[in-house]
Design a protein around this ligand. Structure first.
Ligand SMILES: *Cc1c(COP(=O)(O)O)cnc(C)c1O
Length: 422
């Protein structure tokens, strides 16, 4: 369930009609629902009830500061993958002891910043990284808490670009090497082993890969404890999928995911961390765009909208499906026509959907792309010098722009002309 529903013939975000936001901020724009974001966090929190746990929001899905404040106010931890994200978490008021630092290529500068300002744990992904972290910690006279990210070699059965738990992926260390790597870590004075980390991919729609990965983590926990390591925390990553279509797919519920965790790892007495991103933000956001032209081609019609692949890259990058709905509710039984929905960018990849059945829409009509709250705004670019589109947050009957649209001047003035040209 989300909070984007038709009322009085028009699509609302909570208690605000989208047409009102469009009239105020112009199109295209992203809009997020506070109530949906809160609810999704709580669903995860409840799924882990009875186990010592921390839900660390994976902010790479949507790192708008207002979204982060909502999560921080709920008591969420954060999973960050760059120094920039770490700075956002701190600025949003998340204490260092609730921030987990993930990512395969952490730099010395990033390690330095997190060690000085506070960190719950680094999820270390390789031996070279582990050695550098040890050095940076020793230079600062600190001890870095670490979990080693293990690659359990399970097939997450998701899109190839977002599967991360197979041995051919760049992530983590092979689980078969884990005991040797933990032994090396334990001998380093700048590091303190606190747990194990695993993350097998994103948009998982089946619990079996989780079950397989978590069972391997349970075995490893026992082995590492027998080797003398104090494994007290298990970070299970994120990746639970969301329904991108209303009709068919129904990914497992967070409650069922929680049951898998309880069944596979519940008896180990470890604190459980999870890092959901997409499931928290995805269905809490829409992209709203206007039709610029309806173009009749040979054998197919095109709706050219004012959003493009630079604003929402998922269809071009992952062949992703987004449900697309008119903001004005179609009359019951209104005739539908197949159309291709495309943006104005000069690339054939700038196609959001092919042969989608929609009522007869005309220039000026508003349409909404559903499930656009995660990996939407954060992946946007200014390709074609198209301004980053504004982000709007709704809370009940209130709404506010939480990132404004830059002006052309803002964009152009970021570039500078070298002295020798003036
Ligand atoms: C991307 C990522 C997540 C979040 O994945 P979702 O599919 O958005 O839940 C969590 N942890 C790590 C390490 C990631 O790379």
């Amino acid at each position: 369930m989300d909070h984007f529903i038709y009322r009085n013939g028009t699509l609302y975000a909570e208690d605000v009609p989208l047409s009102e936001i469009a009239a105020n901020v112009g199109t295209p724009f992203y809009v997020y629902s506070t109530a949906t974001l809160q609810r999704h966090y709580q669903v995860f929190d409840e799924a882990l009830a009875g186990m010592d746990h921390l839900v660390c929001y994976a902010m790479k899905a949507n790192s708008n500061m207002a979204v982060l404040r909502i999560m921080a106010d709920l008591g969420a931890g954060m999973d960050v993958v760059s120094g920039g994200e770490y700075a956002r978490a701190i600025t949003a008021g998340v204490p260092g002891e609730k921030i987990v630092f993930s990512g395969v290529g952490k730099t010395r500068a990033e390690m330095h910043a997190a060690l000085t300002q506070g960190i719950r744990q680094f999820n270390v992904e390789s031996e070279p990284e582990m050695r550098v972290l040890n050095e940076v910690a020793l230079e600062l006279g600190k001890v870095a808490p670490i979990a080693v990210r293990v690659n359990p070699d399970v097939d997450a059965k998701t899109h190839a670009k977002i599967a991360t738990g197979k041995s051919e992926n760049k992530f983590g260390i092979p689980i078969s090497k884990a005991r040797a790597v933990y032994a090396e870590a334990a001998a380093m004075e700048g590091l303190e082993v606190v747990g194990i980390d695993v993350h097998i991919g994103s948009q998982l729609t089946d619990l079996a890969p989780y079950e397989a990965a978590f069972s391997k983590v349970a075995d490893l926990t026992r082995e590492l404890r027998a080797d003398g390591h104090d494994i007290r925390r298990l970070d299970l990553g994120g990746g639970l999928g969301i329904p991108y279509t209303r009709s068919n797919e129904a990914p497992p519920l967070p409650m069922e995911y929680g049951d898998v965790i309880r069944r596979t790892l519940g008896d180990l007495g470890c604190e459980i961390e999870i890092e959901p991103g997409r499931l928290i933000a995805g269905n809490a956001g829409l992209l709203v765009t206007s039709v610029i032209y309806r173009k009749e081609g040979e054998g197919r019609d095109f709706l050219i909208v004012d959003a493009a692949m630079n604003d929402l890259v998922r269809p071009a990058m992952y062949d992703a499906h987004h449900d697309i709905v008119p903001v004005a509710e179609p009359a019951p039984g209104a005739e539908q026509h197949p159309v291709d929905i495309v943006g104005p960018v000069c690339e054939t990849g700038d196609t959001f959907a092919k042969q989608r059945d929609l009522p007869m829409l005309q220039a000026g009509d508003l349409v909404a792309f559903r499930s656009a709250g995660a990996y939407g705004a954060v992946m946007a670019s200014e390709y074609n010098t198209r301004p980053l589109i504004p982000e709007v947050l709704v809370n009940g009957d209130q709404f506010a722009v939480v990132r404004p649209r830059p002006t052309y001047e803002d964009m152009i003035n970021r570039d500078t002309i070298p002295d020798w040209m003036t």
